[in-house]
Design a protein around this ligand. Structure first.
Ligand SMILES: NC(=O)c1ccc[n+]([C@@H]2O[C@H](COP(=O)([O-])OP(=O)(O)OC[C@H]3O[C@@H](n4cnc5c(N)ncnc54)[C@H](OP(=O)(O)O)[C@@H]3O)[C@@H](O)[C@H]2O)c1
Length: 238
């Protein structure tokens, strides 16, 4: 990954930070985004890097398209290209359908659906110029299967699958690949505020998720890992 420039959105999250550590070890140049600048600074301070120029952190709220544009411009100013975008920002509102307020639905659609749409759209515009790129959207299994209490979350995640497949068709002639990741439960801060009883000890680890993303990024050039589905043994979906 030494010649790659990777933008990780949601870099301070469970999955994002596990991936960021692995990419830093592999020598990738990193552009790290999330809203909280102090958490970004802590992440950068913990990375196994030898040169400070290898990492750029850009506090970004991806629900704001202007901030997403700024993120991509800063990446280009520092590194001159973007090879990979990993969309690992997201959150969950888990409530019964009739308890979901308009603000809950807006929050899910603004962050999970529109935020990842804006980032994919902006990164693709940059990648098109080089006729190469890889966009990884961390959808989750609830972009494919249903669950009680998850109607707003599923609405946002099924939407991510829809736009990703359309963009992938439009962008294949520019050499831009999409990979969709359908992870089951991953033990991360994502669950801290979720109003659900879950057994986090049986979930996947963020390292498992990060290894799967790295696998897709290292696939042979002619190979497109279109979808990767990994579930914890205790909770399989067929
Ligand atoms: N954990 C699971 O069980 C699981 C399973 C399948 C799929 N997923 C999906 O995987 C992705 C990552 O999940 P995770 O478990 O790593 O979650 P997490 O630990 O809660 O991390 C979420 C990340 O998103 C960032 N973020 C939140 N709102 C943002 C915004 N408006 N703009 C930019 N960044 C924002 C957070 O940083 P700031 O708060 O500082 O912005 C944080 O870095 C999500 O899309 C989630 O839906 C999770």
């Amino acid at each position: 990954m030494q010649d790659k420039v990777v933008v990780v959105v949601g870099a301070t999250g469970g999955i994002g930070s596990a991936l960021t550590h692995k990419l830093a070890q592999e020598g990738a140049s990193l552009v790290l985004a999330a809203r909280n600048s102090s958490r970004l600074a802590v992440l950068v301070s913990e990375l196994p890097i030898t040169q400070a120029e290898q990492v750029l952190s850009v506090p970004t709220d991806i629900t704001n398209p202007a901030q997403v544009e700024t993120l991509m411009s800063k990446a280009i100013s520092q590194f001159g290209k973007i090879d990979v975008l990993v969309n690992a920002a997201g959150a969950a509102v888990m409530k019964q359908y009739n308890k979901i307020e308009p603000a809950d639905l807006d929050a899910m659609l603004d962050l999970n659906l529109k935020g990842s749409f804006y980032t994919a759209q902006a990164a693709a515009e940059v990648m098109k110029e080089k006729k190469a790129g890889h966009i990884c959207n961390i959808v989750g299994i609830l972009g494919k299967h249903s669950m009680v209490m998850a109607s707003a979350y599923c609405a946002s995640k099924f939407g991510v699958v829809g736009f990703s497949k359309c963009m992938a068709e439009e962008l294949k002639r520019y050499g831009i690949k999409f990979t969709l990741f359908y992870f089951g439960g991953v033990d991360s801060p994502f669950w801290d505020s979720a109003n659900l009883k879950v057994d986090r000890s049986k979930m996947l680890t963020p390292e498992t998720a990060a290894n799967a993303i790295l696998f897709a990024l290292k696939a042979d050039p002619q190979a497109v890992p279109m979808e990767i589905n990994i579930q914890p043994e205790s909770h399989l979906f067929f």
